[in-house]
Design a protein around this ligand. Structure first.
Ligand code: ATP
Ligand code: MG
Length: 456
C-alpha cells in the first residue's frame, strides 16, 4: 500500500468514527436544511437530510483527492486527475462538490447485496416493483413513497475519461426540474462496489454474467439517485397506448406532431434558458403525463447531458467509432463535438419514430448493418417520415384532402432540410420547426377518438 493510501485509510477511519457524526450535525444545522429540501409534500420532520452544498466557488478549493470513506473507491474515482481535463469545467466543479456530499452521506451507500432494502436520507426504503431493467441500470418503485423512484446504475469502464452516469443524470435532471422540464431529484448517493455475485440488486441488471464478472474485476462502481416518479408513460409506450396510439406503434400524425412540437418547445427552454444539452433524446426518454388539469411532458435520463457551449470547434474531433450507430446524428457519426443541434435533430428522428410502426426499427437496423456509407445517406438525404413500407400521410385517409396531404409533405421536407443544416454554435431555428409542426397538426387534424389534448 502506498503512503498516500495508508494516510487516506487512517483519515477515513478517523472521519468515520469521530468526525462524521459531528460534521453531519454541524453541516445540517449551519445550512438549515429541511428534512427533504426538494419535497413540497411536507415530509416527516426529524429524518436525516440529503446533504446539498451551495453551488459556489468555495468548492473549487477542495483538493482533487477527497477521502470518500472507502479507500478502493477513492483510488478508482478520485485519483485519476486526467479525468478533470476531459470532463470540462462545469462537470469538474459539480464532481468536487459531489465528493463533499458523498463523504457526508456514507450511511446511505448503495446496499447492493440486499434485494429489497435501502437506507436513504429520506427514510429507509423497501423496494417493491421493478419499473425498468437496463443493461447496467435498474429503476425501482418504493413501498413507503409511491411518489418516488430509485434508480441504480453501475459504471464499468472509462473511469479516466467520464464521470459516473448517475451523476450527470442527477445533476442535470435537478437543474432541468427547476425549469419545470424534468422530475425533481431528491438525492444522489455516494458510491459503492457491485455485489459479490450477480445476486441481490445486481440480479436486475440485464448485463450477462460474463459482463458482470468483467465489471466486478474492473471495480465497477454503483450509485443510485432518488427522484420524483412521473405519473405517466414514455412516448415509446404511448405509441401503442389504446387512446393515443395504435397497436403497431404508428401513432396518428396529429398526435405525433403535437408531441414533437411540445418536445421542441421543451428543448428550446432546456438549451436557451437552462443551458443544458440532454444528449440522448429518444422515445423512451420523454414521458407523457396527463391529469384532469394538465397534460405535459417530462424529460428523463440525463446520463449523457452536459452544459451547453457556444464556442465549439467547427471541425470534427477524432472520430469515435462507437457513435456510428443509427441513433446518432450525422454530426456525431462524423466526430463533431456533441451540441444542442444533436438534440433537435434527434427530436425530429423521434417524430419519425412516433408516426411509423415499430417495423421502422427493423429498417433502421438493416441500414446500420450496411455500414457507415448507408447510414450517412439515411441521415443526410433519405426520407425519414415516409418509407416504402408505410406512409403516415396517406394513412390519414380520405377525410384529409389531397392538397392538405401535399402541404404536409412539403412541411416534412422543410423540417428535414432544417434539421440537417443546423449550425454547431449559431442560434437554432426552433421557431421555424415549431411552425412546420403546427402546420402538420393543423392539416392532419381529422381524428376524433384518438385525439390528443392540446399540450399547454
Ligand atoms: N421519474 C420517472 N418517473 C417515471 N418513470 C421513470 C422515471 N425515470 C425513469 N422512468 C422509467 O424508467 C425507464 C428507464 O429510465 P432511464 O431512461 O433513466 O434509465 P436508463 O438506464 O438510463 O435507460 P437507457 O436504457 O436508455 O440507458 C424510463 O424509460 C421510464 O420508463
Ligand atoms: Mg433511458
Amino acid at each position: 500500500m502506498s503512503p498516500v493510501n495508508t494516510c487516506t485509510l487512517s483519515l477515513q477511519l478517523t472521519i468515520s468514527v469521530v468526525f462524521k457524526p459531528m460534521l453531519r450535525f454541524l453541516l445540517f444545522n449551519a445550512l438549515g436544511f429541511a428534512s427533504d429540501p426538494l419535497d413540497r409534500s411536507g415530509g416527516s420532520s426529524g429524518r436525516a437530510s440529503p446533504v446539498s452544498l451551495p453551488d459556489d466557488d468555495s468548492v473549487e478549493d477542495h483538493p482533487l483527492s477527497i477521502d470518500l470513506g472507502s479507500l478502493a473507491i477513492s483510488t478508482t474515482e478520485l485519483y485519476k486527475e486526467s479525468l478533470y481535463a476531459k470532463i470540462g469545467v462545469d462537470v469538474s466543479r459539480k464532481l468536487r462538490s459531489q465528493f463533499v456530499e458523498d463523504r457526508l452521506n456514507l450511511d446511505y451507500e448503495p446496499q447492493m447485496d440486499n434485494h429489497l432494502y435501502q437506507p436513504t436520507p429520506l427514510e429507509n426504503m423497501s423496494l417493491t416493483t421493478v419499473v425498468y431493467k437496463g443493461h447496467q441500470s435498474v429503476v425501482f418503485g418504493v413501498a413507503e413513497r409511491p411518489d418516488l423512484l430509485i434508480k441504480y446504475e453501475v459504471q464499468c469502464t472509462d473511469f479516466d475519461i467520464e464521470v459516473h452516469p448517475i451523476l450527470r443524470d442527477g445533476w442535470y435532471m435537478k437543474e432541468a426540474s427547476e425549469g419545470g422540464l424534468a422530475p425533481k431529484v431528491l438525492f444522489i448517493s455516494p458510491p459503492s462496489f457491485l455485489c459479490e455475485e450477480k445476486k441481490g440488486k445486481c440480479e436486475y441488471f440485464r448485463m450477462s454474467r460474463a459482463s458482470f464478472s468483467r465489471c466486478k474485476t474492473d471495480n465497477g462502481i454503483v450509485r443510485y439517485l432518488i427522484m420524483k416518479r412521473v405519473d405517466g408513460i414514455t412516448l415509446e409506450a404511448l405509441r401503442t397506448y389504446p387512446r393515443y396510439g395504435r397497436r403497431n406503434g404508428a401513432m396518428h400524425l396529429y398526435n405525433a406532431a403535437q408531441l414533437t412540437r411540445e418536445l421542441v418547445r421543451y428543448l428550446q427552454v432546456l438549451h436557451k434558458e437552462m443551458k443544458i444539452v440532454h444528449g440522448d433524446i429518444h422515445t423512451s426518454n420523454v414521458m407523457f403525463a396527463q391529469s384532469p388539469s394538465s397534460t405535459r411532458l417530462y424529460l428523463v435520463d440525463f446520463g449523457r447531458a452536459f452544459r451547453l457551449r457556444t464556442d465549439l470547434p467547427e471541425i470534427p474531433k477524432v472520430q469515435r467509432m462507437e457513435w456510428n450507430q443509427i441513433m446518432n446524428t450525422q454530426w456525431q457519426i462524423d466526430g463533431y463535438e456533441w451540441a444542442a443541434r444533436d438534440d433537435l435533430n434527434k427530436a425530429i428522428q423521434l417524430f419519425a419514430h412516433l408516426m411509423n410502426s415499430r417495423e421502422y426499427h427493423t429498417l433502421e437496423r438493416q441500414i446500420e448493418q450496411q455500414g457507415i456509407p448507408a447510414i450517412r445517406v439515411w441521415k443526410e438525404r433519405s426520407d425519414w417520415f415516409i418509407t416504402d413500407d408505410y406512409d403516415p400521410v396517406e394513412a390519414l385517409g380520405a377525410s384529409v384532402s389531397l392538397s392538405a396531404k401535399k402541404e404536409i409533405k412539403q412541411a416534412f421536407r422543410r423540417i428535414l432540410r432544417t434539421v440537417r443544416n443546423l449550425p454547431i454554435n449559431g442560434p437554432l431555428p426552433y421557431a421555424s420547426i415549431i411552425e412546420d409542426l403546427t402546420i402538420c397538426c393543423y392539416l392532419s387534424n381529422n381524428i376524433t377518438t384518438t385525439l390528443a389534448p392540446t399540450i399547454a
